[in-house]
Design a protein around this ligand. Structure first.
Ligand code: CDP
Ligand code: MG
Length: 139
């Protein structure tokens, strides 16, 4: 994929608040194309597996309970410089620090309920995409 794909999840709070449409609109307007997409619901064990890198953090329990609390939208997105450009589009983890116009600034409720996930590296984009999609869906 070499830099042109990233992975995202629209988190349960944003799905519940009916923000799937507005968020996808911003993603498209920013030049990303949807390569694969799935409306699904993680169970607690799957959420723990997805966020295993944070297993030792104080917020792991709350994060994984929240992420398994309702349906999400998972997607693989394509664009040049996808990972970095998407992190810029979603904004800082803490929505109070997110820039104006970013998805988290617009749609997050709090640090834990921050509306959307974005991969932090090309390597993790592949790992995270493979968590939800078959490799043929990525190509
Ligand atoms: O999602 P992002 O890469 O911006 O942040 P992270 O450091 O990888 O943390 C993953 C997720 O854990 C965040 O998006 C938040 O939902 C949550 N989190 C939290 O609830 N409290 C923190 N102090 C840090 C992260
Ligand atoms: Mg992260």
């Amino acid at each position: 994929m070499s830099g042109n794909q990233t992975f995202t999840m629209i988190k349960p709070i944003a799905v519940k608040n009916n923000y799937i449409g507005p968020i996808l609109k911003l993603i498209n307007e920013a030049g990303f194309r949807i390569k694969a997409m799935k409306y699904t619901h993680l169970n607690k064990q799957q959420a723990m597996q997805f966020y295993a890198v944070h297993a030792d953090k104080y917020f792991y329990e709350e994060l994984t309970s929240f992420m398994s609390s309702g349906p999400i939208v998972a997607a693989i997105l394509e664009k040049e410089n996808a990972v970095a450009d998407f992190r810029k589009l979603i904004g800082a983890t803490n929505p109070e620090k997110a820039e104006e116009g970013t998805i988290r600034k617009l749609y997050a409720e709090s640090m834990s309920h921050n509306a959307i996930h974005g991969s932090d590296s090309d390597e993790n984009a592949i790992i995270e995409s493979d968590f939800f999609f078959s490799k043929t869906e990525r190509y």
